[in-house]
Design a protein around this ligand. Sequence first.
Ligand SMILES: Cc1ncc(COP(=O)(O)O)c(C=O)c1O
Length: 381
Amino acid sequence: MSYNFDREIDRRGSGSLKWDKYRDTDILPMWVADMDLPMADEISHAMSQRMEHPFMGYTVATETTSAAVCDWLRSEFDWDVSPDHLVWLPGVVPGMWAACAAVGAPGDEAVFSTPIYHHFFHVPGQGGKTAKPVPLLREPSGRWTYDFDALNAAMSARTRLMLLCSPHNPTGTLFSVEEQQRMAQLCEAQDLVILSDEVHNGLVLSESNKHVPLAKAYPACRDRLITLMSPSKTFNLAGMQCAFAIIENPQLRRQYIQAMHSVLPQPATLAFTALEAAFTHGKAWHDGLIAHLRKNHALLETAIAAMPGLSMSPMEATYLAWLDTSALGVENPMGFFETHGVGLSAGADFGRADFLRLNFACPQPQLELALTRMRTAIESR
Ligand SMILES: Cc1ncc(COP(=O)(O)O)c(C=O)c1O
C-alpha cells in the first residue's frame, strides 16, 4: 500500500487540541507534538473490527499485544524484552510521574537537562521530588548535548533520579551510544535510578544513525533503568493514551507498580487495539512517514536558512524544529508569528524564552504556507 502524506484533511471541529487553540482564527497551528497526518489505515481498520464486538469492559493486554511490542523492539532495536518486564500505562507523562513517586523519599532530587519537554519541570514535584534542571551544552555546530561536568556538579547526596529524553525534545538531538554510555556511567557512580523517556524513538531523520535504546547502549545499567515508550508519536496516536514502561529489575518494577496502584488506570480497550495494530502492521506506513518527514525537514532547513534573524538547530530526530530567535529583535517571538498567522510553541515552556519550536509533521503545502507567512512576518519588521 502507498500512503499520501501530502493530502490536507480539515481537522477543525474534531476536538483537536492543536487546531482548537486557534479556532475561528486564521492562525496555522504548528505547535503541539501531534502530526497533521492521518494514522495508518491498518490501525483504523483494526479499531473498526474491534467495535463489532459489543463489549468494552475492563481490558488487559493480551499475549498478542505484548508479543507485538516485544517483536517491534526486537526488529527495530535488536532488543530482547520479556513480556513480564512490560508495565502498561495510560501515557508517557503518567509514567514519568510514577517513576518520581516510586523512587526515593520526599524531598529527594531528580536531575534533568534543559531545554526539555515541559512536563519534566513538573513531574518531580508531583511525585514529591525536587526538580534540578541543568542546561545542555551547545556544540559549535549548534547541536545540543549533555554537560557532564555541570550535571556532576549539580548532584547532591539527595539526588536519586536522572530523567532523560532520548531522542531529545525540543532540540532534535539523537544521542550517540558514547554519549549514552557516559551518561549511564555518571548515574552509576552516583547510584541513581534512570528514567529514559524514549517516546521519540521511531522518528529518526538522520540517514546514518539509528536510535539505540539506553538498555542496549549500556546494558550494565538495566538494573537501575526505567524505559518509557509508546506508539503515540511514531504512529500519531497521542489521543489513544497507550504507553508502557520496560523495567527489568523486579524490585524496582514492584515499587513502580505500587506507586501507580489506585492512581493510574490501564490503557483503554481501543488503545490496546491501536497499539497492537501499529506495531504489527504499521511498518510500511512508518517507512513512508520517515521519507515524508525527511522531505519536510529539508524544505524547512533551506527556508529557515534564508530568514534573517532565525536559525535552526541541526537535528537528527523528531519532527520538532528548535528555532533560535535571539537575533530576530522582537520581544515576544510567539506572539509576533501568531500575528502573522503561524502558531508555534513558546521556547519559554521548555526553559528557553529566546527559542520557538516548530512542528513540521504536516502535508507539505501546509508547511509551505506557514513558511511563506513567517517570511512575510520577518520582512515586515
Ligand atoms: C518527550 C516526551 N514525553 C512524553 C510526551 C507525551 O507523552 P503522553 O502523551 O503519552 O503522555 C511527549 C509529547 O510530546 C514528549 O515529547
